[in-house]
Design a protein around this ligand. Structure first.
Ligand code: URA
Length: 241
């Protein structure tokens, strides 16, 4: 998962109004560092998160943020909203204003959400082609039957979009509780699927995205940075896109 890259000489020329031919000289003189290492190659690829200095003057120092949040019910999956508290309002971190959402949950759903300042990363995760499985714990108003399992596996025709939903896995956990795994995210998808059985969804909680599990230590409203291991898990799963 790489952010958009450009050549080092193009970056310096754009940021410092120095002609590209003069940049060769700066590099040869060892005056430019990228991520703490002296850069000598004009072709070196840099991205929005490379730390770049010229004569110890910082030209760019922006670090990538990848955040897991336990979204509570009643908080909106948006960066601003006139009516409701947003997921960003829950965070106190200094780079909060730079973050955007990698996927959404409905206002009355809870669970795992991802935020980042890396547009390439979020696009890759949320691209329909990624088919990244998302796992939900669902509590229903009426008892479940075996018919649900087959119907979810077959898919439902959604006339508004003119599509049939991809095969989804439903496991009955108890009379009124199921685990559902979807590989897509249509508008209100789970509620609409149970709606076909006239069975209202009382609670909807996302527990995992791909192999990334919601950290059980995070209380509703809490967030933390993803670990390198968690980032690698997601990278592995979306590598084929
Ligand atoms: N399906 C829904 O209906 N709502 C969500 O928030 C997520 C999946």
């Amino acid at each position: 998962m790489h952010s958009k890259r450009s050549r080092l000489d193009r970056f310096i020329s754009a940021h410092c109004a120095i002609k590209r031919k003069d940049i060769r000289l700066l590099l040869a003189q060892g005056r430019v560092q990228v991520d703490g290492v002296r850069a000598t190659d004009v072709d070196l690829q840099v991205d929005q998160f490379s730390h770049i200095t010229l004569d110890q003057r910082v030209l760019q120092e922006r670090s990538a943020s990848y955040v897991m949040l336990h979204k509570p019910v009643g908080v909106v999956s948006a960066t601003r909203d006139v009516e409701h508290q947003t997921v960003l309002d829950l965070m106190a971190r200094p780079d909060r204003a730079e973050l955007h959402l990698a996927g959404r949950l409905d206002l009355n759903s809870s669970g795992l959400m991802l935020l980042t300042n890396d547009g390439q990363w979020s696009r890759r995760l949320t691209a329909p082609e990624s088919k990244l499985p998302k796992r939900y714990r669902v509590t229903l108003g009426k008892p479940l039957t075996r018919d649900y399992v087959d119907a979810f596996a077959r898919g439902f025709y959604f006339p508004y979009e003119g599509i049939t939903t991809l095969p989804a896995r439903l496991e009955i956990l108890s009379d009124h509780c199921a685990e559902v795994i979807l590989c897509e995210g249509k508008y209100h998808q789970i509620k609409r699927m149970f709606g076909r059985f006239r069975n209202p969804v009382l609670k909807l909680h996302r527990t995992a995205i791909g192999q990334l599990e919601l950290d059980p230590e995070l209380k509703p409203g809490e967030s933390r940075d993803l670990t390198c291991h968690e980032l690698a898990l997601l990278a592995e799963e979306s590598a084929s896109i």
